[in-house]
Design a protein around this ligand. Structure first.
Ligand SMILES: C[S@@+](CC[C@H](N)C(=O)[O-])C[C@H]1O[C@@H](n2cnc3c(N)ncnc32)[C@H](O)[C@@H]1O
Length: 451
């Protein structure tokens, strides 16, 4: 690993490796780093993004000389200062919103120094990964402290987020800059992580724990799959994740159902663990056999050819689910969002049916959701909607969800049987067996009557 005395030297060095580099800085404050780079490096373009809202504080590169400043004023000052420099653009925006609006593989260097929380840095890294060119550099401030220069120690979420990102995306820190607040530098190699599945196998899975009566819902779901979904045994397996106690009961109850069933047995007990079980799918021993994965809650019926859905060429970095609710409500993660950066009315989705690829992006997302749940559960009881707020929050933060695509194939609590819908979901309160079995049985009768 290369070690530079300070970040200015590090940035100058890597700018020299590239002809007219395109640089993005996330978190600009008063423009100290921006000024250095524009005056000392052979910049092709420099985009500087900051919320530029309200009074905030920042130290220098060593974390010393902390000042409070109204960054709304910075925006005006920097816009005026660089108005005649065609290479420099100042953007008043949240970093996530800005990055999502940029084409992929655009920047040579991205320097992350905005929201320093673990979630904020992780989100910036994941978004930056898409927008950086192959072999480009993602750098950032405050990775760790160098007390030979810093007078105060800061404990940000940067190191955890960067180390996790490197592990999940198979990247390495190639350099550090030893200011008081140390900067990191990763040279991104995209080809090493683009190792997605080329298998054509699909997996449909469901989980049954906690309430034995839910085995009746599972039986109805499997019956609907057998009779209506046209499952192709050569390309699709169906996995039931359940407990050692329920396993023999399920086997007996579904013995007459002719489907390619597999079982994964987990010894879990609480309602929260039962609900989060869907998030353990990447730990299933045979998961590498499958490409596309469809998770179904047990309060679901299928009533048409599921291959229409499974044959779609879905993105490897999105989880597809049905729009429901808004992120401003606790059922969909309101307790976690920072509403200075997000609109409370942003549509959310139900985590009862999830469709995704077996990809590094999805594995990373599921791992982040599980980490979030585990740390939350150390100090709190389970939320009303159990895993759903965590699933929605993390996927929205990482821009990894699509809540529109499933609308054409799926409906919640339907009144009528539709010729185009494949999946019907019957949500009510979590654990409310009697209303679910009642609604599902009545609707299944309609499906049978219309066939
Ligand atoms: C430590 S200062 C940046 C210092 C600057 N990089 C420098 O070295 O001169 C952090 C800045 O990040 C900005 N910021 C915080 N959250 C942000 C977000 N979500 N999107 C964009 N900027 C953000 C703050 O407004 C603040 O100005």
């Amino acid at each position: 690993m290369k070690v530079f005395d300070n970040r200015n030297e590090m940035l100058k060095h890597y700018c020299q490796q590239i002809t007219n580099p395109r640089i993005l800085e996330i978190g600009v404050f008063k423009g100290e780093l921006l000024g250095y780079i524009v005056n000392n490096c052979n910049v092709g373009s420099f985009d500087a993004v900051d919320l530029f809202t309200g009074v905030t504080c920042s130290g220098d590169a060593d974390g010393n000389n902390v000042v409070y400043y109204d960054v709304g004023k910075s925006y005006i000052e920097l816009t005026q200062m660089y108005q005649n420099n065609p290479c420099v653009s100042i953007h008043k925006s949240d970093s996530g919103a800005y990055l999502n609006g940029q084409p992929d593989n655009t920047f040579d260097i991205i320097y992350i120094d905005g929201d320093h929380s673990y979630n904020g840095v992780k989100r910036d890294l994941i978004n930056a990964y898409k927008k950086i060119k192959d072999n480009g550099y993602i750098m950032g401030h405050d990775y760790e402290m160098n007390m030979a220069k810093a007078h105060t120690t800061y404990d940000f979420g940067v190191k955890k987020a960067v180390d996790e990102f490197c592990k999940e995306y198979n990247q390495t820190i190639i350099a550090k800059a030893n200011d008081g607040c140390v900067s990191f530098c990763i040279q991104i190699t995209k080809h090493t992580i683009v190792n997605e599945h080329d298998s054509s196998m699909n997996l449909i899975y469901m989980c049954v724990f906690h309430q034995e009566s839910y085995i009746n819902l599972l039986q109805l779901l499997l019956t609907s799959i057998q009779e209506k979904a046209n499952v192709n045994r050569k390309t699709t397996d169906i996995l039931i994740i359940t407990s050692p106690t329920f396993y023999p009961i399920i086997q007996a109850q579904v013995s007459s159902i002719d489907l390619p069933l597999k079982y994964h047995i987990l010894d879990i007990h609480t309602l929260m663990e039962a609900s989060c079980c869907k998030l353990t799918i990447f730990e299933y021993k045979d998961i590498d056999k499958y490409n596309k994965i469809l998770y179904l809650d047990t309060d679901v019926l299928l009533n048409a050819d599921v291959n229409v859905l499974l044959d779609h060429d879905i993105s490897s970095d999105k989880i597809y689910a049905l729009e429901e609710g808004v992120i401003g409500h606790e059922f969909w993660g309101a307790q976690f969002f920072n509403f200075t950066s997000y609109n409370r009315d942003t549509p959310a989705y139900s985590a009862g049916v999830l469709y995704f690829r077996n990809s590094s992006a999805m594995k990373g997302l599921f791992s982040d959701i599980n980490t979030h749940i585990n740390s939350y559960m150390q100090h709190h009881g389970p939320p009303v909607c159990l895993d759903q707020p965590f699933v929605v929050y993390n996927s929205v933060m990482q821009n990894k969800c699509d809540n529109q695509f499933m609308k054409q194939y799926m409906e919640n609590n339907p009144a009528y049987v539709s010729p185009t819908k494949i999946i019907y979901h019957f949500p009510g309160g979590p654990g409310d067996y009697s209303s679910k079995i009642h609604k599902m049985t009545a609707f299944w009768r309609k499906c049978k009557y219309l066939q």
